[in-house]
Structures are given as C-alpha cells and as structure tokens.
Write a protein of this length. Structure first.
Ligand code: AMP
Length: 541
C-alpha cells in the first residue's frame, strides 16, 4: 500500500518564491567598509532573477559549477539562490586556503565561472593560468578594476542588462545545489556535494525550536564565513523563513562585530569559538548594548564551559552550542537543556551545555568501539561517532578515499565521543588528537577546557608527544592573556588542573606560546604544534 500524498520535490525554488511574495519589505543589510548597504528581500529576489538570466546568457547550464571568492555580503547571498535555482551548483571557495589547495579545488570541481571581490583581483590573476576550466570572471562590484583577467565583467553591469523574470526550471530534489570542500583533512581537500533536498530539510532542521530555532522574527547575523559549510546552511533557512539578515562583510574584529550587533539590534548570530572569545574580552572591558541578542550559535570547535558561563553570568548572553561537520551540512547536535535538567544547580547545567548535546531530530547517531561494536550510553566508554540522516553525505565528490569514511551505511565522523543516558554526545577528541598513554586514553579537549577556564589564560592546546615508556604523554601549549604574559607560571596551571584531574592525566610539561596556530576556518590547528614539538623531550615527573 502506498501513501497518497503529493510527490512534491524538495527544492530551494519555493523558498525564493515565498520570500519574494511574503517578505518583500524585510531588510538585508551588508556592512561594507564604513557604510551599510541596505536592501530588501523584494530587491534581492528581483536581482536573483536578473543574475540567473546573466548566468544563462554566459552559457552556464544545468550542473555547471559557479565558484565564489567572497565575503559575507548581499551579492554572495544572491548567488546562493541564483545558481542552484537555475540548475547550476554554487561553489564558495575558502578565502584563507593556500594557493596550491585553491588551484586543486577549482580544477577538481571544474568550476566554469568565478565570482570574486575586487580586492582579490591580483591574487586571482596569479592563479588563473593554473585554472583549467574557468571560462569567465565576474568582479563582485559596480566596475572592473585594472586587471589582466579575461574575459571579465562587473556584477552590476551584468545585472543592469537583464530582466528580473526568469523561467525557473522544474528541478528534481536530488539535483546538486551547492558544494564545499572539507578543511580538516590531511592530503587534498575532499568535495561534499549538497542536494536541493538536503538543503531544504536542513533548513527545516535549523528552524526547529529544539535545534537552533531560527524564526522570521530574528535579525540574524552570520559571522561564520559563507565558504565554511555554506555559513552552516543558515542563509537558506533565512530565505525560507523571511528572516532579516545582517552580513558583516570583511571586517570581523571584536569591535566591528560588537558595534554591528548593537547598531542593527541583531537577535541571533553564529560563529566559531575563537571569535566569541575575542568578543568576550572586549565586552569585559567596554560597554555595548546587546540587549536584543537572544542567542549566539557556537560550533566548528568546542565551546569551553568557562566561555558559556562568562557570557551568561557577566553579560546575560546565551551561547547555543552546536556540533556538526562539512559532511553534515553541518547540523548534528545542539546542546539545549532537557525539561528534566532545567532545575539543576548552575554548575551542572553549564557542564551539560558545554557538551555537544543530543542529535537534532533527523540525525541518527551511534558510537563504535575498536572491534566495530556499538558502545553503551554510559557516558564512560569511548567510541568513534557515526551518523546518518537526510542531510548527511553518502559519498565524497569524485574521490577514491570515500570507502574509508563509511561503515555499514553510516558516515564515520572521526570524532571520539562518550554518550550519556539521554543520548547527549560529548566529544572527547578528534580521533587523531586523543592521547594514548599506556592503556589509557586521555582527552586533550577536556584538559584544554580546564586550562582555558583559568582567569589568566587566553588559549590552550594540548597535544600528544612521543614517550619512551607510555607511547604518548600530554604537553600543554598555553597562551597567557596579555596582562599576564610575564607573570603566569606553570605551577599556577598545575594547581588549577589538580582540582579536576588525577596525576596520571596531568600534562608532563607546559610551554608558553604567543598564539595557538589556527586553520583556514579559525579553529585550533594542532597539526602545526604536533610537528613543532615532535622531538620535544619531556622532563621526568
Ligand atoms: P568542519 O567540517 O571543518 O566544520 O569540521 C568538523 C569537525 O569540527 C568535527 O568533526 C569536530 O571535530 C569539530 N567540531 C565541530 N563542532 C564542534 C563542537 N561543537 N565541539 C567540538 N568539536 C566540534
């Protein structure tokens, strides 16, 4: 017996049409240099039609990849819909990647056209000779600067010559809509190809009250770059709901962000923890009115408990801690309190919110031990997290490394976790970051969080260093806050750690460094530290 409901294809086009008809006056704002560019869903959806006509005139056909090299701004948002809804594939490129990786990605994706910000013209000129498939360049501004790139045209000129009506094609829900490459891998980056269906369902996932709970009433500011997992999929959900958006543009210092959050009365924002640690420092010293801000989504790396507590206790601001991956569009878990946890003492509630949390409806999770068996939900037994669901990858794009990442129809995340009786996940480490000392596994993330809760510490990364007897032992690399650069001592950190860890877990040594190296998306890059300290001789303790 079959159900008798419509075979309605889940594509992004109805999001566009809904916003056009229902929310033409809602605002979309971009910070561009010192000024703000204000537009509306009415204007933006009209320009999306013009842009689709321009892409078609350029020869972009169904399935062609449209690359962008851009910031979080309104033009980029227009591309987010014009390309997928006309049947092409949006492909945002990571601005912070080294040139050889960019060339690899553009050629591997076979990008046909490249949209870029005017200031990147010199950088793109240097690479263009290596791009094998790019046939057209578009400068994302009113005019074309002096450049050797060819053929090249300006975005505004393209739009001026087109009409807003576009005959949107009837797409199939499994058609490709967008792609991103993973940032975390060693070796060449791997491509993830999102479908219309996965982006549609993921937008619903983001809007659930038990998840991030984005709503029409929000004024939303994505600080997470639009090249990092499509700004965590949030621009699609914003269009679906008609949520006002504030795009922060290229300037992302804590002061820029605080001013914009305050001036535009932003209610919800999102970004990686390093960003919010910087903002916290600023808010501790200067006053801004952030009374409209109801939540700050933090993901991409663990939100330290001390940061969640500091925001809430000192500034009345709520961190919404989420975990995900490029391969998951990225939403996996959100660490909201359950009804039964609401009355718990402060310390317990903050500890729960610092976990990665239970999977959002739509995502299934399990953890598997070294023998391939599922581990119990006892909050003790370590296992590798595996996931499945409608917005999770089934295969990398043209990549022979795909089979290594799947187990029995589940995607292997590479994250080592414990799971509690409520199904709430706590990431212990990336599998390559766990410290294997004798028979014990030591979580570097736990230790980093405790060190970073010390009032004199700005950042901390804990890595494994080879050890003749124990195979590996922990070394803590610590960045003092500027005021304590010369005064913070190893003893103070050991005293602090002893309140939480027994002797066997304490790092064998502590080194002070100026900054923890960061990846292209702003996470701690422990690979660099591991190489730097691979021959480090640990003292006897
Ligand atoms: P990416 O694909 O670049 O977003 O990286 C995904 C990886 O980032 C995950 O597999 C985790 O290791 C890490 N990650 C993302 N969110 C969190 C979080 N809330 N806590 C801890 N690790 C996280």
């Amino acid at each position: 017996m079959q159900g008798l409901m419509m075979d309605y294809q889940l594509t992004l086009t109805p999001f566009l049409e809904r916003a056009m008809r229902m929310f033409p006056k809602k605002e979309i704002v971009t910070k561009s240099g010192p000024s703000l560019e204000r537009s509306t869903y009415g204007e933006v959806t009209e320009r999306i039609g013009r842009l689709a006509n321009a892409l078609a005139r350029m020869g972009i056909r169904s399935g062609d990849r449209v690359a962008t090299f851009s910031f979080n701004n309104t033009r980029h948002f227009e591309l987010y819909f014009a390309a997928p809804c006309m049947g092409a594939v949006l492909h945002p490129l990571n601005l912070r990647l080294p040139p050889d990786q960019l060339v690899y990605i553009v050629n591997h994706a076979e990008d046909k056209v490249l949209f870029f910000e005017p200031q990147f013209a010199p950088a793109i000129e240097k690479l263009s000779a290596h791009f094998k498939t790019v046939k057209q360049y578009v400068v994302m501004g009113p005019t074309v600067p002096e450049t050797t790139l060819s053929p090249v045209v300006s975005y505004e000129e393209l739009l001026r010559n087109e009409i807003p009506d576009y005959p949107w094609p009837r797409l199939q829900e499994n058609d490709a809509a967008a792609m991103c490459y993973t940032s975390g891998t060693t070796g060449n980056p791997k491509g993830v190809m999102y479908s219309h269906r996965s982006l549609y369902l993921h937008s619903m996932g983001l809007s659930m009250a038990d998840s991030v709970g984005l709503v029409e009433r929000d004024i939303y500011m994505p600080v997470v770059p639009m090249f990092h997992v499509l700004a965590w999929g949030t621009p699609f959900a914003a269009m679906m709901l008609g949520t006002s958006i504030v795009f922060p543009g290229p300037h992302l210092t804590p002061r820029d962000l605080a001013e914009l959050l305050s001036a535009e009365k932003v209610t919800l924002t999102a970004g990686v923890p390093t960003l919010w640690m910087g903002l916290l420092n600023l808010l501790d010293n200067e006053r801004y009115d952030l009374s409209n801000l109801r939540g700050m989504v933090v993901g991409g790396a663990a939100a330290p408990q001390s940061m969640i507590e500091a925001y809430e206790k000192r500034h009345g601001l709520k961190i919404i801690h989420a975990w995900g991956m490029t391969e998951m569009t990225p939403l996996g878990t959100v660490s909201n309190l359950l009804r039964s946890q609401e009355g718990l003492p402060d310390a317990e509630r903050f500890a729960i919110r610092a976990r990665q949390g239970p999977p959002v409806p739509g995502v299934e999770t399990r953890a598997i031990d070294e023998n391939g068996k599922e581990v119990p939900w006892d909050n003790k037994t370590f296992g590798e997290l595996e996931v499945r669901g409608p917005w999770i990858i089934k295969s990398y794009y043209n990549d022979e490394r795909t089979p290594q990442s799947f187990h029995d129809g589940w995607f292997k995340t590479g994250d080592v976790v414990v799971i509690d009786e409520n199904g709430s996940i706590q990431i212990v480490d990336r599998s390559k970051d766990v410290i294997k000392s004798g028979g014990e596994w030591i979580s570097s993330q736990d230790m980093e969080n405790v060190i970073m809760s010390h009032p004199k510490v700005a950042e901390a990364a804990v890595i494994a260093v080879p050890h003749p007897k124990w195979q590996e032992r922990p070394l803590a690399c610590v960045v003092p806050k500027p005021d304590f650069k010369d005064s913070l001592t190893k003893e103070e950190i050991y005293e602090h750690l002893k309140t939480k860890f027994t002797k066997m877990y304490l790092p064998d040594d502590i080194v002070f460094i100026d900054a923890v190296p960061k990846t292209s998306v702003g996470k701690f890059d422990k690979k660099v530290l591991r190489v730097q300290y691979k021959d480090y001789v640990l003292p006897d303790r």
